[in-house]
Design a protein around this ligand. Structure first.
Ligand SMILES: *Cc1c(COP(=O)(O)O)cnc(C)c1O
Length: 413
């Protein structure tokens, strides 16, 4: 068998949507992007949704929108994809990395300890699709003592009057928190529609606004549509459809709008997401749990607890009492059997660039601990029951071999 890690979901409905876009002869931002934004609003109940060309560009733009700059600090977990911290660096600010909880999400108590008068935002990452502890994080940023530490410098910062909470929801579209879409638990929630995510537009992302009432979400939506397209008052679609040719540039905008040809892919997927695609992911995750439960080496991932339910983006398998080397041996075994897996994530302080700017992994012991025993297994709607069965059998065999090999080595020593 050859089982890819996370192939995009492309069926006839996706192909039909893309062909429809080509036949309409309008391929850049236009009606398909609008329709995708509408679907995101329905799925999440957010106040506004703006589609762009990636999570990363969205994060940079939204931090710029808030006025984050050199000298500011943004709190991020050490355990995430590099884009979380790079987006902060691109704004000129410093990412303050903190450690995670055993469920992989950012530790609220570590956030609390990291807050200073320079803290402008928190980027909380819903790793594997599990929402962060948003009630605790929201309580922190609204705490009177922490509020009075906040030093506003721009009109948006004065209006908010506290630390901005941005959710890195690259993994978590469709996840829930206290029975509502988790996207509503942060001021700004950003999804990624990169090719490996639950919903994809090849490359892309979506910004959901759920800013407090002091902000005019509709006005912010209109501004951000322009801000993501060079600060231009009329986009090409509006001009092509009868509006006068004359336009203005009203801000130093970005050029990160999503094209319709990409939106078409996501549009077909999102329409089947809650009723179909996410259900199959959940079923696979539950099958893995049910089958691995009988082994004492199995550390189950949190998929659902009393507040939260995952979007089942990743299945982060963890194995008790193994070393990083044994974990790598299990991966080698699985790959040799044709099963493609990954590790989510190599903590950022272990990557060359972050080391070169002064981060060290010893400061994040739980990030290292979780990383060293983690293997992300294939989980996606197209995965067949036979393939799931094959993966389970081989994981069990791979663990047995790695543990047995270590015991042999111990005997020899
Ligand atoms: C994929 C991912 C991103 C980046 O998304 P892009 O759309 O590729 O920019 C950011 N954060 C996390 C946690 C991710 O997994």
């Amino acid at each position: 068998m050859n089982i890819p890690f996370s192939p995009p979901y492309i069926d006839q409905s996706v192909i039909d949507q893309v062909l429809d876009t080509l036949k309409a002869k309008w391929i850049t931002s236009g009606p398909k992007v609008k329709a995708l934004e509408q679907e995101v609003l329905e799925l999440t109940g957010s106040k506004s949704a703006i589609c762009v060309n990636s999570w990363t560009s969205a994060a940079i733009m939204m931090m710029k929108w808030f006025g984050i700059k050199e000298g500011d600090e943004v709190i991020v977990p050490a355990y995430t994809y590099c884009a979380t911290a790079l987006s902060v660096l691109h704004c000129g600010a410093r990412p303050i990395m903190v450690d995670i909880l055993d469920d992989f999400t950012i530790s609220p108590s570590k956030i609390k300890a990291a807050i200073t008068s320079r803290t402008k935002a928190i980027l909380a990452v819903d790793i594997a699709g599990l929402p962060c502890k948003y009630d605790a994080i929201n309580a922190l940023i609204k705490d009177p003592y922490i509020r009075q530490l906040f030093q506003p410098e721009t009109s948006k910062q004065f209006l908010l009057g506290r630390i901005l909470l941005i959710a890195d929801a690259a993994h978590s579209i469709g996840a829930e928190y206290n029975g509502i879409p988790s996207a509503r638990k942060a001021d700004i929630t950003i999804f990624s529609f990169h090719a490996v995510k639950n919903i994809t537009t090849a490359e892309g992302g979506c910004i959901c606004l759920n800013l407090p009432e002091v902000f005019d979400n509709n006005a912010e939506y209109s501004f951000l549509k322009m801000y993501s397209l060079n600060g231009q008052t009329k986009d090409a679609f509006t001009k092509a459809n009868g509006a006068s040719w004359r336009y203005d540039i009203v801000s130093k905008g970005f050029k990160i709008n999503m094209p319709d040809i990409c939106a078409a892919i996501g549009l077909a997927q999102i329409r089947r997401y809650k009723s179909e695609l996410i259900c199959r992911r959940k079923l696979i995750a539950n099958t893995y749990c049910k089958r691995f439960k009988m082994y004492d080496w199995f550390i189950p991932p949190v998929l659902k607890d009393k507040n939260r339910e995952s979007s089942y983006h990743l299945f982060p398998l963890r194995i008790k009492n193994i070393t990083e080397l044994q974990r790598d041996q299990i991966i080698d075994f699985l790959v040799a059997q044709g099963i493609h897996v990954n590790v989510h994530f190599i903590p950022m302080p272990m990557l060359s660039y972050f080391k070169s700017i002064g981060y060290i992994i010893e400061d994040y012991p739980n990030s290292f601990k979780q990383y060293s025993c983690e293997i992300s297994l294939p989980i996606y709607p197209q995965l067949s029951d036979e393939e799931v069965e094959y993966i389970i059998e081989n994981v069990v065999e791979g663990v047995k071999r790695a543990v047995y090999r270590a015991q042999l080595v111990a005997v020899v020593i």
